[in-house]
Write a protein that binds this ligand. Sequence first.
Ligand code: SF4
Length: 350
Amino acid sequence: MKANMEYEKSAGAAGPLLRIRDLKVGFSGRNGMLLAVRGLNIELSKGEVLGIVGESGSGKSLGMLSSIGLQARNAEVSGSVVFDGQELVGKPRSEMRALRGSKIGMIFQDPLSSLNPVMTVGDQIREVLFLHNKGMSKAQATERVLELLRLVAIPQPDRRIRQYPHEFSGGMRQRVMIAMAIANNPALLVADEPTTALDVTVQAQIMLMLRELKEKLGLALVLITHDLGVVAGHADRVAVIYAGLIVEEAEVRELFANPRHPYTRGLIASIPKLSSSEDKLYSIPGAPPMLGAMPEGCAFHPRCSFAQDICRKSAPPTLEFGRHRAACHFAESLPPWNETAAVAKGAAHG
Ligand code: SF4
């Protein structure tokens, strides 16, 4: 184990596709700058699936979306985001728009409000193609739309291409959104809570399809979710975010087998289990801190039953255990993880 303030994951020979360094996102308030994202460090290689997990308000979506230029107009972004060799922080909005929709695809939570209700599905996908391929003919675009609809497993694409979003189910609409996101062969796909609005069976189908597309197209995928259960079977690596910082990051199997941060332990214990005999689901006590009311020391200390005096006074360093890192003063000395006992006693007790 070593203390790691300058985390460097060994990347492939060609380097990572995406490298985020010390990304901060803040908003000016009466009392100065309030940081909602306090220094993200993320690396993602080609073909890799990274799950970014945290509760609502943790900064996971804000951080990731700001890294690709989708921050609110009043947000201030600093740090470095290098994608495919280009620095994105400070790039003009027009250049970022050109990059999104071509090399970077986005999938949002609610497909119904993301699709235009008065345009056919075919026209909406064609529009994405024309925007980034100036010389493309209508016939070529239609051919590509049909190919994309087949790729996302929409039955009868010849008929569906002429239909409107309201004629599609929620799952089929999300497939259309995915078709739009991959229309121009992106290298990176960012999916922000892509299955939250869907029922469990459709959720599983969409996740499986994203995984298959990643394999087929060689995409790197960032999966932003509040639900650790969603990433369990689909991500290669998981970064857990709390109060605008990554508090733990590891390969997915390692994270579930040996969580080293009490917050991660709480999230794992909160996943509903079929085998559970408890009437009530476990949830982490308390709520994430409000912007402008960040606790001193470790931001998780008001909710953490492991907290000691040092946690209230000093922010924990990020400790590294091979490719597993955790920002907790006691990441090395927490009791071994025992989920059953954790749920019975309160997850933060491990
Ligand atoms: Fe809990 Fe302290 Fe670790 Fe923070 S540093 S997670 S308060 S034990």
